[in-house]
Design a protein around this ligand. Structure first.
Ligand code: ADP
Ligand code: MG
Length: 862
């Protein structure tokens, strides 16, 4: 194949050989083309036509292509399918080198699912992380610490930490939500991980500790790294390995990454992945999530920060109160808040704009968007000067006006979309550029002049000077006027109805003009690059101000939410108390018109655990989630949906609710429930908040009750605050233990069944009303009647033999045995003559009439 390849395909094959794992986007003019296997794979995913090069040949090459200007949506689809894309660009202009047919091409970047920076491929209000784990999980025995590093290349947010438990890692990853995870070995990954995350195995050399250290030293400076030696360990190796991998995809340009932050876990509330799911915190599509409710920020940075606050609530009372104070200030100062939010609208994604520019991926409009955002900074400074407490006492407000001027003086506004169009650099920025532009203008005027003069000299009225890419400048004369062409005209090209000529003076101007054009574009490109480099020097400053803006936006958003939904500021304490007066479920109250508020009181002395009984649908789960959500909101510094609240900080919220079958691990509902319960009991501390919903429902009643009760006792022993919902009234006996109290959801019986009042009252429920709920749900009448019959029977049996653990269901009347039935069962009608049949019937009727009516179970008289 290689011998008869065209030069283009030879070039392709050579480049593809270096990037076997990525789909190679090979620029050919205005298209990216894919060949061979890449074309076959990509055409399927992208749903584009698969054709072939040299169709008529036997060994035709599979080919598909996408237009360059629309490439991002195609790249997006390939990344979503877990693939990477290597962008191979023409790195010289067509026609730049005369007579050269093969253009130079280079891979300028490899885009992997986790290293995307194009705004069209990012969601503005969520970070876009790539994560690395080291060592790989398979080598882990339970005690091996694991390093986790994660990086958002678009913003430069780069952090690392060391973890010791697999479920800790899972919780972290759930909050980080990485778009790509890299590690050195895929062994030991659970199928659940593989289906959930895009996981890539990379060369182990990235993660050799010495290599990782070298990469970190190269990027951050050996001096800085040396001072941080005590932080080393698996986290460091993970960070160095990740940085090395990203460097290989970026071809070395990593200007957006200005710092590596060791992630602190002290002072942060633990929110396991399961809690996030159970409390509807994130969600991707549903609207009724906490994230959606808090989505009141005005800038993308603010949106990302509030998400971070929500996923990592604080657990130090001091830190919570400090954040609360800012929110409270902006809550009280309504007009400042409104002005601030209006001013914030003028700020675009400074963080990602400067990130893209310093990664050399910025387009001219990015610079102008950054400039406009910077222009809004002084206005914000002025607004918040009314509330000095909002200022950071340690850092002055950086107006970044030098950077503003830098961009303003260098670039035209509005700018062209790409550098290639030319005209990006502003007049006055570069004298040489201005000179060339002036020359260009003069030359064009000169051309006009030549045109007029030639018309006059030849007498050809329709004579025109024109230009095209292939032939440059020429004089065009139509066929009918050819006879008038003077002898000094040199023929350039003959067309159907016209001829094209040149003359020495035109050739001279042309040469100078084309030369100028080339120099001009080169100069502009140079000035553009210089501007990128200059801005990149200030990346860290811009990032810092972006964070300041994000914080202001976040505080203002929490204040706004508090104002909109009439939340109150909770008192934060370190006592193990939860006192919520008339609390509401923050999301449900938005949709439920008649939402019923409820009070909660947990204290270490009188009520550490609350046992909640009541029928299904009465509001037990809602009530418990509401308490957990209020605690979470409070610890992220927000106000809470209640009339009044005093909350002692919790170190983690652990939840067990609903039936989530883990089919991927092949476990039954009950097994999942018990596994999760075991984890919760292992993790709970006296500072934790536990939400346990219907524990033990996955097994038989008496098993369930016993397990639920034993778990209650254990939670009580640990001393965690807990809400425990159950429809087993048997559990209400636990209230004999000090610190455990019964509550129930109130229902009222009416003629047509029951009405849920959704009110929580002290005391256990006396009935479970399951059958009432079944009726409400529309189960057929005769089924309900039968259930009522069975229930009465069970209750009667239980009263008679209360020692018996699990009563057998009462037999149905139709199945009872009776001598007459036994006789009937022995008759085979097909083997009887009509006479015999009549005789048997008469006997049976006689026998039946001679008997007393009896209960189905009693024995016949002897
Ligand atoms: P349970 O867990 O007791 O079966 P849920 O908490 O799931 O009951 O509540 C069932 C439904 O009742 C909810 O979907 C909601 O529509 C409604 N509900 C629950 N609590 C309230 C409340 N406090 N005010 C109004 N409606 C509520
Ligand atoms: Mg429930």
């Amino acid at each position: 194949m290689a011998e008869n390849q065209t030069p283009l395909m030879r070039q392709y094959t050579e480049i593809k050989r270096q990037h076997p794992d990525a789909i190679l986007f090979f620029q050919v003019g205005d298209f990216y083309e894919m060949f061979f296997e890449d074309a076959i794979r990509a055409s399927k995913i992208l749903q584009i036509t698969l054709t072939s090069r040299d169709k008529h040949q036997d060994n035709a090459i599979p080919l598909c292509g996408v237009p360059r200007h629309a490439a991002s949506s195609y790249i997006h689809k390939l990344l979503a399918a877990g693939l990477s894309v290597a962008l191979c660009e023409q790195t010289e202009e067509a026609g730049a080198v005369k007579g050269k047919t093969m253009l130079r091409r280079e891979v300028t970047r490899i885009i992997t699912p986790g290293t995307v920076i194009e705004s069209a491929l990012l969601s503005p209000e969520a970070p876009h992380y790539i994560a690395a784990l080291w060592p790989a999980l398979q080598s882990q025995n339970k005690a091996t610490p694991i390093g986790l590093a994660f990086l958002d290349l678009s913003t430069g947010d780069f952090r690392c930490l060391t973890l010791s438990h697999l479920d800790e890692i899972e919780s972290e990853l759930s909050a980080i939500d990485p778009k790509e995870i890299i590690l050195t070995d895929r062994g030991g990954l659970s199928p659940a991980w593989v289906s959930r995350w895009s996981i890539r195995q990379v060369e182990a050399s990235f993660f050799s500790p010495s290599q990782a250290q070298t990469v970190l030293n190269d990027h951050f400076g050996a001096y800085t790294m040396a001072r941080r030696e005590n932080e080393a360990g698996p986290a460091w190796v993970a960070a160095g390995g990740l940085l090395g991998y990203v460097r290989s995809t970026q071809k070395g340009v990593m200007g957006s990454i200005t710092a590596l932050r060791p992630e602190m876990r002290q002072g942060i509330m633990r929110l396991p992945a399961r809690t996030l799911r159970h409390l509807d915190i994130l969600g991707t599509t549903q609207k009724h999530t906490l994230l959606h409710l808090l989505h009141a920020t005005r800038t993308p940075m603010g949106g990302r920060l509030i998400r971070e606050w929500m996923l990592r609530p604080l657990s130090s009372a001091e830190a919570i109160i400090a954040r609360q104070e800012k929110v409270a200030l902006l809550h009280a100062a309504t007009s400042v808040r409104m002005q601030l939010r209006t001013q914030l609208d003028a700020i675009e994604d400074m963080e990602r704009l400067v990130g893209r520019i310093s990664l050399r991926a910025g387009q001219p409009p990015d610079f102008i968007a950054l400039k406009k955002s910077l222009a809004a900074l002084p206005g914000i400074e002025k607004i918040i000067s009314a509330l000095p407490l909002l200022a950071d006492p340690l850092e002055t407000w950086d107006r970044l006006d030098d950077l503003y001027r830098l961009i303003d003086m260098a670039m035209v506004d509005p700018p062209p979309h790409t550098l290639k169009e030319g005209g990006v650099i502003r007049e006055g920025h570069l004298p040489r550029l201005d000179e060339l532009r002036r020359f260009q203008k003069d030359s064009r005027a000169l051309l006009m002049h030549i045109e007029v003069a030639e018309r006059k000299r030849t007498g050809i009225e329709s004579l025109k000077i024109r230009y095209n890419h292939v032939f440059g400048y020429f004089i065009e004369v139509s066929e009918s006027q050819i006879k008038k062409v003077p002898s000094d005209y040199m023929r350039k090209q003959t067309l159907a109805r016209m001829e094209r000529f040149t003359i020495p003076v035109l050739r001279e101007v042309e040469e100078r003009l084309l030369g100028a054009e080339e120099t001009l574009l080169a100069l502009e490109a140079e000035a553009y690059t210089a501007l990128c480099v200059e801005i990149a020097k200030h990346t860290a400053r811009v990032q810092k101000m972006a964070q300041r803006v994000a914080a202001l936006d976040g505080w203002a958003a929490l204040a706004e939410v508090a104002h909109r939904h009439t939340y109150v500021r909770p008192n934060i304490t370190t006592d193990r108390v939860i006192h919520i007066v008339d609390g509401r479920h923050p999301m449900l109250e938005q949709t439920e018109l008649a939402f019923v508020p409820n009070t909660t009181l947990l204290t270490p002395e009188s009520c550490q655990m609350l046992i909640l009984t009541g029928p299904n649908m009465a509001g037990k789960s809602t009530y418990m989630k509401q308490v957990a959500l209020i605690v979470l909101l409070a610890q992220m510094g927000s106000f809470v949906p209640a009339r009044e609240a005093t909350l002692g900080v919790v170190d983690q919220i652990l939840t067990r609710m609903g039936a989530e079958d883990d089919l991927t691990r092949g476990m039954s509902t009950f097994m999942v429930e018990m596994t999760e319960m075991a984890e919760i009991l292992a993790q709970a501390t006296p500072q934790s908040l536990l939400i346990l919903d219907e524990i033990g429902r996955g097994t038989s009643t008496y098993d369930g009750i016993s397990i639920a009760r034993a778990i209650c006792e254990e939670v009580h022993r640990i001393g965690a605050r807990a809400l425990f919902a159950t429809h087993y009234h048997e559990l209400t006996q636990l209230s004999e233990t000090p610190g455990v109290r019964n509550y129930h959801t109130e229902v009222r019986e009416s003629e047509n069944g029951i009405i849920f009042l959704r009110k929580i009252r002290e005391g256990g429920a006396d009935q479970s009303y399951g059958i009432h709920v079944a009726r409400l749900a529309g189960l057929p009448d005769h089924v309900i009647k039968r259930a009522e019959y069975l229930l009465k029977d069970i209750e009667a049996t239980q009263q008679q033999v209360s020692a018996h653990p699990c009563p057998d269901p009462p037999p149905h009347p139709a199945h009872a045995s009776h001598p007459l039935i036994e006789t009937l069962q022995k008759i085979d009608p097909l083997h009887l003559s009509p006479m015999q049949a009549l005789q048997r019937l008469t006997d049976l009727v006689h026998e039946a009439k001679s008997e007393h009516p009896r209960s189905p179970n009693s024995k016949p008289p002897p």
